[in-house]
Design a protein around this ligand. Structure first.
Ligand code: IPD
Ligand code: CA
Ligand code: CA
Length: 266
């Protein structure tokens, strides 16, 4: 498949970091793990992958700024471009030997996401999208699922855990959603959740409390696969506020309404 020079740069970087993550995934037990916060482990593998991505992307596009999970913000002289990078999204899965984790890279140009790559090295699934150019998994063009009834839909979500998020609010959202859908899934990697919606594997997804590097690439994948995304208020401040509701046009609208229903005692 012919890819643009920009996507090639992103894919090469993701593949190289992916090889490093795969090696470490095989030896997950030997990794030295340090605690960053409750339930949010950062491993050597994570840092190694981030170093590779930083080196590769800086070499290919000197002067672009970065927002990376471990390094934080790195200024660039270019003034127009910024990489948003999560070197290992799904850290808890990784540490438990569950092969649902990914590298997520997005490029922002003048504040707009123009390209995104999500790569799951354990399954060798590479998701790519460029603004206006469609979304792909490996060589296959992606399209969001066509189901229009919540009762037929499988919906992904993120579950707040120890020390993170509003547990009470989530339980209300879950109660609202599970009463109306065919099934609820929690994969444990927000970038892959969004990629799965783009691929039509899940019909929708919602989560709050995310960071820009978790979702920037995935949001573009969904849009380029014909899907819709909004924040919890129905606006487009997903990267700023960290909340996401996604699906095809009908499911997205219905899911947004459902998650936000007021509590009704049952
Ligand atoms: C996490 C994953 C998870 C989501 C969390 C994220 P990490 O990222 O995307 O699915 O529920 O909010 O922090 O810590 O594995 O990079
Ligand atoms: Ca993440
Ligand atoms: Ca991460």
């Amino acid at each position: 498949m012919a890819r643009s020079a920009l996507l090639n740069v992103m894919v090469q970087a993701a593949m190289k970091a992916g090889r490093s993550l795969s090696r470490d995934f095989g030896e997950v037990q030997n990794l030295q793990v340090s605690m960053k916060g409750p339930g949010d482990y950062v491993s050597q593998a994570d840092r190694k992958a981030e170093d590779i991505l930083f080196t590769e992307l800086s070499k290919a596009r000197p002067g672009y700024a970065f927002l990376m999970e471990e390094r934080g913000a790195v200024a660039g002289d270019d003034g127009q471009h910024r990489w948003l990078v999560d070197p290992l999204d799904g850290t808890t899965n990784f540490l438990h030997g569950i092969p649902l984790f990914a590298i997520s890279i997005a490029l922002e140009r003048q504040g707009q996401i123009v390209a995104g790559v999500v790569y799951n090295p354990a399954m060798d699934e590479l998701y790519t999208a460029e603004r206006g150019g469609g979304a792909f998994m490996n060589d296959r063009r992606l399209r969001v699922a066509g189901r229009t009834k919540l009762t037929d839909a499988v919906i992904g979500c993120g579950v707040p855990h120890l020390g993170r998020g509003q547990h009470g609010n989530f339980l209300v959202e879950l109660r609202n959603v599970m009463a109306e859908v065919s099934g609820v899934r929690r994969l444990g990697s927000a970038s892959l959740d969004l990629a799965y919606v783009a691929a039509g594997r899940m019909d929708g997804f919602w989560e709050v409390g995310l960071s820009a590097w978790d979702i920037a690439a995935g949001l573009l994948l969904i849009r380029e696969a014909g899907g819709f995304v909004s924040d919890f208020a129905g606006g487009q401040e997903m990267l700023e506020g960290g909340s996401v509701v996604a699906g095809n046009e009908v499911i997205q609208r219905a899911l947004l309404k459902t998650v936000k229903k007021p509590v009704t005692p049952r």
